[in-house]
Design a protein. Structure first.
Length: 290
């Protein structure tokens, strides 16, 4: 397992370049324009890509594989709506014991490949009693309650500046595209703040009450470290949560990962449509300045 940030014997940029070189030896498709991270139970989207090339994480240096069910562990290249994309079919988590620099290595690799826009998806617990499992939520902001950040430690200016403005962590223009697609397809779409906790235990009813008082609408165990790493590298970010359960104290049943996977699978068709339509639109946007 990798050491903590600042203690790794290989500098982060060197590790990224080693991963990129290994990828380029395996694929010859066009440089991806859009990146997508597929959360728990949402990996089916990657299998819908045309001209699909799948590379197991285990075949790439410095890219760890997840041991969590529903995260198959492939870096997938192909096209969606004629837009070259790269998808992470699953992610690793802090609660698995990985250091935060390993958790964000995949999205940093996307940025190093030239991707300038990334969509992060996740399965999340809903904090609003009126919401239902299966609802989709566009993330408008976040609360980082994980106790860590990938930006801690010495800063490498080759990746980004020491201090990163997070006023627009979730790009307004990219969020508006989701609203346009949902309205055109008559798909209900929520919007709200995502609270990130380290897990792996689900939140207690008291913690859920605290999160609601802080203004959160959904809670999960991922996404935020990736957002921080991507914004550090100047990449535009959007995030979409699939509300797979209502949180403790709101739900009348016990929480389980099996429920998370089941609800995510049930929303597969709607997610495939929304992701494909979103990529088709943002893939044609002008390039983001580095």
């Amino acid at each position: 397992m990798s050491a903590a940030i600042g203690d790794h014997p290989i500098p982060v940029v060197q590790r990224l370049d080693e991963t990129v070189r290994a990828i380029l030896r395996r694929k010859t498709s066009p440089e991806p324009r859009v990146g997508v991270v597929l959360g728990s139970g949402l990996g089916a989207f990657a299998d819908s890509l045309t001209h699909l090339v799948k590379i197991p994480y285990a075949d790439l240096p410095h890219l760890p594989s997840s041991g969590v069910k529903g995260h198959s562990g492939h870096l997938c290249f192909g096209e969606a709506a004629d837009v070259p994309v790269v998808c992470m079919q699953g992610r690793v988590h802090l609660y698995e014991g990985h250091p935060v620099e390993s958790v964000v290595h995949g999205v940093r690799t996307m940025a190093r490949l030239g991707v300038r826009r990334v969509l992060l998806t996740n399965a999340a617990g809903g904090l609003e009693p009126a919401w239902s499992p299966g609802d989709l939520m566009v993330v408008t902001d976040h609360l980082n309650l994980m106790g860590v950040t990938p930006l801690h430690g010495p800063n490498d200016e080759a990746l980004g500046p020491r201090f990163v403005d997070m006023t627009h962590a979730y790009d307004v223009r990219l969020r508006e595209v989701f609203n346009e697609i949902a309205n055109a397809a008559s798909v209900p779409l929520r919007a709200g703040v995502y609270a990130a906790l380290p897990g792996p235990s689900y939140e207690t009813p008291a913690e859920v009450r605290m999160l609601r008082s802080l203004g959160a609408h959904a809670v999960g165990m991922s996404t935020v470290p990736e957002v921080l790493a991507l914004r550090h590298m100047g990449v535009e970010v959007a995030a979409l949560s699939c509300i797979t359960n209502l949180a403790a104290g709101i739900s009348t049943s016990l929480l389980s990962h099996a429920e998370v996977e089941e609800v995510a699978r049930a929303r597969r068709d709607a997610l495939l449509m929304i992701l494909s339509a979103w990529i088709a639109k943002v893939g044609g946007f002008d390039a983001v300045p580095l």
